[in-house]
Write a protein that binds this ligand. Sequence first.
Ligand code: UGA
Length: 435
Amino acid sequence: MRITIIGTGYVGLTTGVCFAELGHIVTCLDIDKEKINKLQKGECPLFEPGLDELLKKNSMAARLSFSDSYEEAVPNADVLFFCIDTPSGEYGRSNLTNLLAAAKTSARFIQNGVCLVNKSTAPVGTVQKIEETVRNIAPDKDFDVASNPEFLAEGKAVNNFLAPYRIVIGTHTKRAEGALKNVYAPLTEKGVPLISTSIPSAELIKYAANAFLAMKVSFINEIADFCELVGADITNVSTGMGLDPRIGDKFLHPGLGFGGSCFGKDVRALVHRGEEEGYEFKMIKALIEVNSVRYLIALTKLKKHLGSLQGKKITVLGLAYKAGTDDVRDAQSLRIVFELLDLGAEVHAYDPYAMQRFQNIFQRADEVHYASSASQALEGADAALILTEWEEFKNLNLQNIKERMGKSALIVDGRNMFDRTTVEDLGFTYEGVGR
Ligand code: UGA
């Protein structure tokens, strides 16, 4: 099929590249000319494992092209996907300005019979708004609308796309349902389940799924804190819980709070959408509150051993909101480094991929010392604070690190990467989460 993807962020680009990999003829459209120039040269603008190779492969096979012109990219599309950012606006409301602007511009160029699909994460009712927007501009055009939420986790997006747990489509015409079933046929033929629902149900599935995952993380974080009070070990507790298939073993890893561009934004948007209907999401509000103060634990643990942090050299290992990505949006590192600077600490930082993006968005970036390796960053440090579970931190030569670090040799392991006994035997003071 001929598919046009509007927006080349990590969702749009992954979606476009993977649809081409499934055999469709895909055009990816973005108003950012510089980005499109790069993509046309085969350069991948973001760090997403596996994406670069598939981008080159499918561009070479002439199944994938890039354009900055609606006039060029929209008229031939059988199916058009909106993959546009929907940032958090006032009171957590989803800001649909960019999405509806894209719908408006597209409306001028669509052909009869096209299916307009929203893949951007946007509240229940958004597809209806897209339909109204397009209908206003192109009242005589015969088109369908649909919702097809994405479930791509950063760092695993290609794999999540090509081997998904499920595909969700929300439509209100047989023609749109048929078009989307054709788009996904290469995956459903291999046994991937496809759930076909109404448009509001599809829109809500996305929010309910993210809110549930965020709740699981906040839940295990609360249990982890209680473990510390009663001498239990969260690793054993979550293993014991997760073996029950009704609970499942995923998303039970405790830490200093979830981050990233999705969970926080989506749960706030859901609460706001509830309020618009006069409905209060009590559990979701609670998880937001639990997560909002979670990062403070890092500071409490540092102060417990070092007292005042004034003038102390604290090395932050990991700035990305999780391993496998260079994304730092809503990362706990932003809050924690800010607080550390406020408390007068000398902050050193290292991340294998996310340092540049951290410096781009962190307002006090100039006050942080950046190192080119973890061991360099740890030279003379009073404490190592692990914020991202990068594999390379696991492989650090701890014996060597112990010799390089200051007397206190404190490790605050915000991701429970190390085994307490091993680390303590080497002479470190160790603080994990929930054990
Ligand atoms: C999340 C969902 O997992 C995707 O399914 C969804 O498509 C995506 O949001 C989205 O809405 O676009 P993502 O934000 O990339 O994906 O990352 P996750 O792997 O879900 O992690 C989110 C946060 O929770 C990270 O800060 C991570 O460290 C934290 N987390 C996750 C934990 O603290 N513990 C866990 O056990 C799991």
